[in-house]
Design a protein around this ligand. Structure first.
Ligand code: NAD
Length: 492
């Protein structure tokens, strides 16, 4: 595997020659590789290459751009297993989930490729005679993409493929916990035959690479997924030059379980939502809002099932929950356990690092459950990003929705009920970008918009045709073939 940046169609070391190391979070003694610790100089080279390539890429007919993306999708599918295994080794999610992450990239490639033959605008009936009017999408220029570590393929491709099909060129900076997955994606892009400079990859930290990207005047659109804290800073910086920026940020997602719910189904959903990807999904279920009539029974069953989850190296068959992404996450999650106990919530399962036997080789955290949580507690308000779920109770569907809405975030949500009326009211009243009925808070499909409200973002969406709005500008065209000056809106 390559361990370099990819700039202007060439694999290249960082100009300063510094590197950083990437290790397996399930086996900390296992080094995966060393990648360039790049800086503003590397960003400048990559942006210059992307800006040059934009001059010709924007003129390639969109269906042709789409054909290249079809090829990218086919090559990703061929290398799916290899990429998934590398992903599990470098960020810990269990292999079936890593395969799902790559599959999302494949799906996005085929979806965006098809857009090459659509990218529809509007043709309207003009209000004046002998005149035509229509709108068309135009590319913006160089797109800067800054991504987190929890979905190394899915999030990078959600951004990159719509950007490319619209005619932009891109520079990707992946999170420094996942350089290998991003590198394999670029090996595929190179093999698919994308022209030099159309896609560029620069590894490194947020401060040394991300920050210069945000500040670079020739990056015309910035798409960021990560924490709300960093997202707010980026929005402020972009505001200074009115740079277009799309932000997909944190979540504090809740699953409601009402007294008429299918409890078996709700239990499966809660386990998958709370502990899948070790709770490190932006859409993870970090709150469960249980109707008082079923709360005791549901809690007991949840704790029993969560206790039985098998922790381990995600490459091993039968492992349910992998490690957290790096050593620093263990104290960060443990701090929230302390906060929850100080606030008066009851710890009913887990609460600390898991170090038995082989687990001592990696960074594992026990599946953790708090009950007797009240809506104002910090563990009910703040994103923990680990295998921790807070259980709250409610007396009605309305109260459940009020509790669900009572945080600064608004990404995903879920309600389990057999009552269509209650479900419909919840769909209407929940303040979130995504609502699941009788499904967990996780499991997006690539042809529908993905994103959230309130402090989860700034109004843009990934995936579906909504992603095209981030990466294109509308141009409105009027053609007057009357041969005389016609004045719109002016009385004759
Ligand atoms: P993070 O904000 O620490 O980092 C995200 C990316 O930003 C990384 O590539 C990082 O290097 C870069 N970065 C950091 N500081 C920067 C700066 N000053 N300027 C420019 N770039 C900078 O987030 P993370 O820990 O990688 O990911 C977890 C967070 O991402 C969680 O809050 C999670 O909810 C969120 N997330 C949101 C979505 C969504 O679609 N809403 C999806 C996945 C993850």
């Amino acid at each position: 595997m390559q361990t370099r940046n990819f700039i202007d169609g060439q694999w290249a070391d960082s100009h300063a020659g510094r590197t950083f190391e990437n290790r397996n979070p399930a086996r900390h003694d296992e080094v995966i590789g060393r990648w360039p610790a790049s800086d503003a100089g590397d960003v400048a080279r990559a942006v210059a290459a992307a800006a040059r390539a934009f001059r010709s890429w924007r003129l390639v007919p969109a269906p042709k751009r789409g054909e290249l993306l079809f090829q990218v999708g086919r090559l990703l599918a061929e290398r799916k297993e290899e990429i998934a295994r590398v992903m599990t080794r470098e960020m810990g999610k269990v292999l079936p989930e890593a395969r799902g992450d790559v599959q999302e990239g494949i799906d996005t490639a085929f979806y965006a490729a098809g857009e090459g033959r659509r990218l529809f605008g509007q043709t309207v009936q003009p209000e004046l005679p002998n005149k035509a009017g229509y709108s068309l999408r135009q590319p913006i220029g160089v797109a800067g993409l800054i991504t987190p570590w929890n979905f190394p393929l899915a999030i990078a491709t959600w951004k990159m493929f719509p950007a490319l099909v619209c005619g932009n060129t891109v520079l990707l900076k992946p999170a420094s916990d996942v350089p290998a997955s991003a590198t394999l994606l670029f090996e595929v892009l190179e093999a698919a035959g994308l022209p030099p400079g159309v896609v560029n990859l620069v590894h490194g930290s947020g401060s040394q690479v991300g920050d210069p990207m945000v500040a670079h005047p020739d990056i015309k659109v910035l798409s960021f997924t990560g924490s709300t804290e960093v997202g707010k800073r980026i929005a402020q910086q972009c505001g200074g030059t009115l740079k277009r920026c799309s932000l997909e940020l944190g979540g504090k997602n809740a699953q409601i379980v009402l007294d008429d719910a299918d409890l078996d189904l709700a239990l499966e959903g809660a386990l998958w939502g709370a502990f899948g990807t070790t709770g490190q999904r932006c859409t993870a279920t970090s709150r469960l809002i249980l109707h008082r009539k079923i709360a005791a029974e549901f809690t007991e069953r949840l704790v029993a099932r969560a206790r039985a989850l098998r922790l381990g190296d995600g490459l091993e068959a039968g492992v349910d929950v992998g490690p957290v992404v790096n050593a620093g996450r263990i104290p960060a999650i443990a701090e929230y356990v302390e906060i929850g106990q100080r606030e008066g919530a009851r710890l009913v399962l887990g609460g600390g690092a898991a170090r038995d036997g082989e687990l001592a080789r990696g960074h594992f955290f026990q599946p953790t459950v708090f009950d007797r949580v009240t809506p104002g507690m910090r563990i009910a308000q703040e994103e923990i990003f680990g295998p921790v779920v807070a259980l709250l109770t409610c007396g009605s569907a309305d109260e459940a929705v009020e509790i669900l809405n009572g945080t600064l975030y608004g990404l995903s949500s879920s309600i389990y009920t057999r009552d269509l009326n209650r479900a419909q009211k919840a769909i209407r009243d929940i303040e979130a970008g995504i609502v699941y009925v009788n499904g967990p808070t996780i499991g997006a499909e690539v042809h529908l918009p993905f994103g959230g409200v309130k402090e989860t973002g700034n109004g843009h969406r990934e995936a579906g045709t909504a992603a095209l709005d981030v990466f294109s500008e509308w141009k409105t065209v009027y053609i007057d073939y009357s041969g005389k000056l016609q004045k719109a809106q002016i009385d004759s």
